[in-house]
Design a protein around this ligand. Structure first.
Ligand code: MTE
Ligand code: MO
Length: 234
C-alpha cells in the first residue's frame, strides 16, 4: 500500500476529535469492568459492545462532524432516490421485513487497523436494488449520511461483486450509534471509508461524485490490497 498513514487532511482537528471519542468509549468499558469484574462487565455490556474491549484488533470510532447524529429508530428513514423505476422511503422495520443476510467479514481501515471476523447483518444492497429497479442510465449509487457531510459511492458492478450490505446489526446486536446506528453501509473487500455511517439516502446516478475522503485524495476504487485484482471502473 502506497497510501499515507493519515486519512485526515486537517490532522490536528480530526485527531483531537477522534482521540477524545475513543477515550470516551474506553472509559465506559473500564468503568463497568471496575464495578463488576471482567465477566460481569462482559455480560452486562452484551455482545454488541464486545468490539470495544481493550487489546487486540479493535474498532476506532470515526466521525468527521463534531459528535454523532442522533436518529431514533422509530423516525429512521432511508430514502431510495434518483434513477430508479421505483423510489422508496424505507423505515427501519421495512428493512427488517426484507430478506436478511448475515456473514462474518474483516473490517479494514486504510490507516492500518483492522478487525477480523466481524458478524454483520442487514439487507444486501443487491436485494434492495431488485425492488427499486435502477433505470438503464444508472451506473452507480451515491450514499448520504445523516451527519450532512459524509458521502460515498459505488458502481452498480461493485455493489454486486462486493456484496455490499445495508447494516442494521453488528455482533448480533442492533448497530450502536457510534458505529453508525440505526443503519450504516458495510462494503466487504473495500477500505472502511466506503462503509458510510448513519446512512440516510441511496441515490442512483449516471456518474457519481467522489466521496468525502475521495475528494481529499483517497481512491474511489477502494479495494483492500488482498482484493486488488477485482478492479473496478468509474
Ligand atoms: N458518516 C461517516 N461514516 C464513516 C466515517 C465518518 O467519519 N463519518 N468514517 C469512515 C472510516 S474512514 C472508517 S475506517 C469507518 C470506521 O467505522 P467505525 O467508526 O464504526 O469504526 O467508518 C467510515 N464511515
Ligand atoms: Mo478509515
Amino acid at each position: 500500500m502506497a497510501l499515507s498513514q493519515s486519512e485526515p487532511s486537517k490532522p490536528l482537528t480530526r485527531r483531537f476529535v477522534l482521540g477524545a471519542i475513543v477515550l470516551g468509549v474506553g472509559g465506559v468499558v473500564t468503568g463497568k469492568a471496575l464495578q463488576g469484574g471482567a465477566s460481569t462487565a462482559l455480560s452486562s455490556l452484551g455482545s454488541g459492545l464486545a468490539q470495544y474491549l481493550p487489546g487486540g484488533d479493535r474498532f476506532r470510532i470515526y466521525t468527521v462532524i463534531n459528535g454523532f447524529p442522533s436518529i431514533p429508530v422509530d423516525s429512521y428513514r432511508l430514502k431510495v432516490s434518483g434513477l430508479f423505476l421505483k423510489g422508496a422511503d424505507l423505515s427501519y422495520n421495512d428493512l427488517l421485513d426484507m430478506p436478511q443476510t448475515h456473514f462474518d467479514h474483516r473490517f479494514q481501515c486504510v490507516t492500518g487497523w483492522s478487525v477480523p471476523n466481524v458478524p454483520w447483518r442487514g439487507v444486501l444492497l443487491e436485494d434492495l436494488l431488485k425492488v427499486a429497479g435502477p433505470m438503464r442510465e444508472a451506473q452507480a449509487l451515491e450514499f448520504y449520511s445523516y451527519d450532512g457531510v459524509y458521502t460515498e459511492s459505488l458502481t452498480l458492478d461493485q455493489v454486486q461483486v462486493t456484496k455490499a450490505l445495508v447494516v442494521t446489526h453488528m455482533y448480533g446486536a442492533p448497530l450502536t450509534q457510534a458505529h453508525g446506528g440505526p443503519v450504516r453501509l458495510f462494503v466487504p473487500s473495500m477500505y472502511g471509508y466506503k462503509s458510510i455511517k448513519w446512512l440516510s439516502e441511496i441515490r442512483a446516478v449516471s456518474s457519481p461524485t467522489p466521496g468525502y475522503w475521495e475528494q481529499q485524495g483517497y481512491p474511489v476504487n477502494a479495494w483492500t490490497s488482498s482484493n486488488g485484482s477485482l478492479g473496478g471502473v468509474i
